[in-house]
Design a protein around this ligand. Structure first.
Ligand code: SAH
Ligand code: SF4
Ligand code: F3S
Length: 478
């Protein structure tokens, strides 16, 4: 396997020089707008793109209408995500007509695929640059080149697997939560998935860098940090090969301050009992760094035959054993999952096995997806692609089952008292605030904005499938 490449300081320095040059070139008062699709990894990348843009003199705007630089950070995981990104990018044509000096760039997973690059080159002449996921640290360079040379640039190179430390970051998550990538890329090649082709090979940041970043976040008042990686269980830094994800969690829990550390995503083939023991030993607590009680463990299918065809490397029995162990060690754990319906050749009987698995585990939430054919992946070439109508029906049946389970699980919380972190204004009812429980559930309540960032004790008055409604009984002073 190729060695991890931590970019030398001098390479990053060069990008900082390009940032100053762009700043001189564009002057002051310019605005940047970023539209992000996809997972938290992409959100974290957008925070870096924004951080670099701010160093280049741009300030953030929330609409594309008054922007001087528009970036679309795309996702390729399902066709729907790509179509949305293409349609949004198409809509920016009129912005360019109004403001010919506007620069439009497309980044992210979609443009790390050759066929999409040629589509955009030919059909979207007003797009000025494309930048692949593994090259985002070179954003200042491509922007400078695009502005100075007044020509289009297309840089994609998913085979490059580097780690760029110390890039500027402009957090968009608010003052209480933050994303921290611990590793990049994926080596698993699940047969349905595009991610390994667009994010490059697995590479882990050195623990010292991760610890330094989390320490700083905690001292800045961040109360909830989510560690990101496509498969955090294969976290293995080049500098210390005996050090893995459980060790990283233990080191983070030694930091001073109060914070809940969560992580996404765990692959069942690599999630170990040791990891579960470490989580069990470090519950979130007042004045301490602890580990979130939410465990996201993607199942994908309840059929062993389909799991094998997906190249997942675990059986349903091994998965259930892990969940049982987790529940025995962490009784308050909230288990969530991802499920794909309509994978090629999936029979009605195999789909029923998925429903049975969902009933057996009784997840707190599931993210369910209709299988989407991805060009270049093994499953796209498989015989036995499932009819769209059948896939749609299976999805609806799965969602209906999970809604019942989530509602029943949540209703057990009614009339109970729960500790939660007050996060901010509710996105669904703007007259209310929201708080996040230690296992990731959302509580809507009436409260005062001054309490954002504090922990509170809530009485749960009503439970729905996806959210709780409660009353704030008291706040803890920080
Ligand atoms: N690395 C993570 C997930 C990355 S993608 C993991 O392994 O769990 C997030 C989810 O999207 C996957 O868990 C899967 O359920 C879904 N997904 C990925 N490719 C898909 C495809 N081609 N069609 C439908 N869903 C897909
Ligand atoms: Fe995709 Fe599988 Fe890698 Fe997750 S582990 S990103 S599903 S290939
Ligand atoms: Fe999408 Fe790329 Fe994430 S394909 S799900 S944005 S890793």
């Amino acid at each position: 396997m190729k060695k991890d490449v931590i970019l030398p300081e001098s390479e990053i320095q060069k990008q900082f020089e390009y940032m100053s040059e762009v700043k001189t070139e564009v002057g002051t008062g310019k605005k940047v707008f970023i539209k992000t699709f996809g997972c938290q990894q992409n959100e974290a990348d957008s925070e870096k793109l924004l951080g670099m843009a701010e160093k280049m003199g741009y300030c953030r705007t929330e609409t594309s209408d008054d922007a001087d630089l528009i970036i679309v950070n795309t996702c390729a995981v399902r066709e729907h995500a790509e179509l949305k990104a293409l349609s949004i990018s198409g809509g920016y044509k009129h912005c360019k007509e109004k403001n010919p000096s506007l620069i439009i760039g497309i980044c992210g997973c979609m443009v790390s695929q050759e066929h999409r690059v040629s589509d955009i080159k030919n059909k979207y002449p007003y797009v000025d640059f494309l930048l692949g996921t593994t090259l985002i640290h070179r954003f200042p360079e491509i922007l400078l080149k695009t502005i100075r040379e007044k020509k289009r640039n297309f840089w994609i190179s998913p085979e490059t697997s580097v780690i760029a430390e110390n890039l500027p970051v402009s957090r968009v998550t608010g003052s209480t939560e933050a994303w921290v990538s611990v590793m990049y890329g994926c080596n698993n090649f699940c047969t349905y998935c595009i991610v390994p082709y667009v994010r490059g090979r697995e590479r882990s940041r050195n623990p010292e860098e991760v610890i330094k970043e989390v320490k700083q976040l905690i001292s800045d008042g961040v109360k909830s940090v989510t560690l990101l990686g496509q498969n955090v269980n294969s976290y293995r830094p080049e500098s210390s090969p005996d050090y893995g994800f459980p060790e990283l969690l233990e080191d983070l829990c030694r930091l001073d301050g109060e914070c809940v550390i969560g992580f996404m995503t765990s692959h069942p083939k690599d999630a170990s009992k040791r990891l579960i023991d470490v989580i069990a030993a470090h519950p979130p607590a007042k004045g301490k760094v602890g580990i979130s009680r939410r465990f996201h463990l993607p199942l994908q299918s309840g059929s062993d035959r389909i799991l094998k065809k997906m190249n997942r490397h675990y059986s349903l029995a091994r998965y259930l054993e892990l969940v049982d162990y987790m529940r025995s060690k962490i009784p308050d754990v909230s288990v969530t999952t991802d499920i794909i319906v309509g994978f090629p050749t999936e029979t009605e009987e195999e789909f029923l096995q998925t429903l049975e698995a969902v009933k057996r585990v009784r997840y707190d939430n599931i993210y369910s997806f209709i299988y989407s054919k991805r060009k270049g992946t093994a499953a796209a070439e498989m015989e036995g692609q499932i009819d769209e109508e059948v896939k749609g029906q299976r999805l609806r049946r799965l969602i209906a089952l999970q809604s019942e389970i989530s509602k029943e699980n949540n209703s057990r919380l009614e009339n109970k008292q729960i500790r939660a972190l007050i996060e901010g204004v509710s996105k669904t009812c703007p007259e209310k605030l929201t708080a996040r429980t230690e296992d990731g559930k959302l509580i809507h309540f009436d409260g005062r904005k001054e309490d954002v960032g504090k922990h509170g004790i809530f009485l749960i008055e009503k439970a729905e499938c996806h959210e709780l409604f409660g009353r704030l009984l008291k706040t803890e002073e920080v």
